[in-house]
Design a protein around this ligand. Structure first.
Ligand code: KG4
Ligand code: ZN
Length: 336
């Protein structure tokens, strides 16, 4: 079975063809980062309009690269939420119209379920049950995953998401948008503990997170430093990354202990972070836990993870084919 996955929830147009037997046949991505950079963040209306421009050429390119003709597509999976309403509508209306024209089922996918299942696109892949650390621009969550669709929220951020904290720190350090990778690179040159930032909620005895206080601590450090030379910026970046990584690693291990599970899956844009990956590898090995990541290119938003979640839903019996469709800009994972 071949599933076409379409992702348009934010600032990346992602398209992929996934074969249930052979895995990802091809995937293509267009990032709008260059377009939004001048504005310091995503401009929703520009995002929607760009998805309209990009989607059809990307679908054509993906089909050609995979050597698949449109009638060979058995189902279409679209991101139905959460995300920017206009951006979501582009992918959803395109996908549903295509499904209707081809007479194929269209599966609405939760964006975070896509991230959650993206490690299944890697080898070796995790088996259920596992604990998932979801760290993206909008979410920071620990979930217990017992199977497809069987998700229990263990803890989540009470304010900013980890990716958001990366992006805001980048802005404060003059690194532009989006900031995660840039902060991470700069931190490599920083002196450890030159700036000891707080580890919010580390001892809260639950699995929740908070990153807004850390952002304020970075802001205060930047203000106090006055003239920011390159080394001070690197030291601040290092202090910030160490604090975020420390909290994410320790809470993930606490989630393993609390659930008694020994498999940890990390997904979402911040899962591409090198420092986090290294620290988790070390901590998981010490704790005797197995650690799984999606392929690096599939950590951030992409169509393959949406196709993966759509395929899982189809195999579990979902078969929607109706002319009515909708999107859900706010949609809790595991919620109705
Ligand atoms: O999952 P994602 O692509 O989109 C959302 O669903 O939000 O995550 C985007 C977030 C951004 O905040 C970005 O700065 C962060 O992931 N990010 C990183 C890295 N790559 C992306 N943060 C830290 N280090 C990275 N290497
Ligand atoms: Zn995402």
């Amino acid at each position: 079975m071949i599933v076409l996955g379409l992702e348009t929830s934010c600032d990346e147009t992602g398209v992929a063809l996934l074969d249930s037997e052979r895995g990802v046949l091809a995937h293509a991505l267009h990032s709008q980062v260059d377009m939004h950079r001048d504005f310091g963040g995503v401009v929703p209306e520009l995002a929607s309009r760009d998805h309209i421009r990009r989607l059809l050429p990307l679908v054509r390119r993906t089909l050609t690269e995979a050597g698949v003709a449109l009638p060979q597509v058995d189902a279409i999976a679209v991101t139905a939420g959460p995300g920017l309403v206009g951006a979501l509508l582009v992918g959803a209306s395109f996908g549903h119209a295509l499904g209707f024209a081809l007479g194929r089922p269209v599966i609405d996918v939760h964006h975070m379920e896509g991230h959650l299942l993206s490690p299944l696109l890697a080898q070796p892949k995790p088996t259920f049950p596992f604990v998932a650390l979801l760290v993206s621009g909008g979410h920071t969550q620990l979930m217990r995953v017992d199977g497809f669709g069987a998700y229990r929220l263990l803890g989540e951020t009470q304010d900013d998401a980890a990716g958001e904290a990366f992006d805001k720190t980048a802005q404060l350090l003059g690194l532009g948008y989006p900031g995660g990778p840039a902060v991470s690179r700069l931190a490599e040159f920083g002196v450890p503990d030159a700036f000891a930032f707080p580890r919010p909620m580390l001892h809260s005895r639950d699995l929740h997170f908070s990153f807004s206080g850390l952002k304020t601590a970075v802001l205060t450090a930047v203000r106090n430093a006055g003239n920011l030379c390159e080394q001070v910026r690197a030291d601040i970046a290092r202090g910030f990354v160490d604090a975020v990584v420390d909290v994410l690693v320790r809470k993930s291990l606490a989630a393993l202990d609390q659930t008694g599970l020994r498999r940890l899956v990390v997904a979402g844009g911040v899962g591409a972070n090198d420092q986090l990956r290294q620290a988790l590898k070390q901590a998981a090995a010490q704790a005797g836990a197995e650690l799984f990541f999606p392929p690096l290119a599939l950590c951030t938003d992409n169509g393959a993870m949406i196709a993966m979640a759509g395929l899982a839903r189809l195999q579990a019996g979902a078969a929607e084919q109706s002319l009515a469709f909708g999107v859900r800009p706010r949609w809790p994972l595991g919620g109705s």
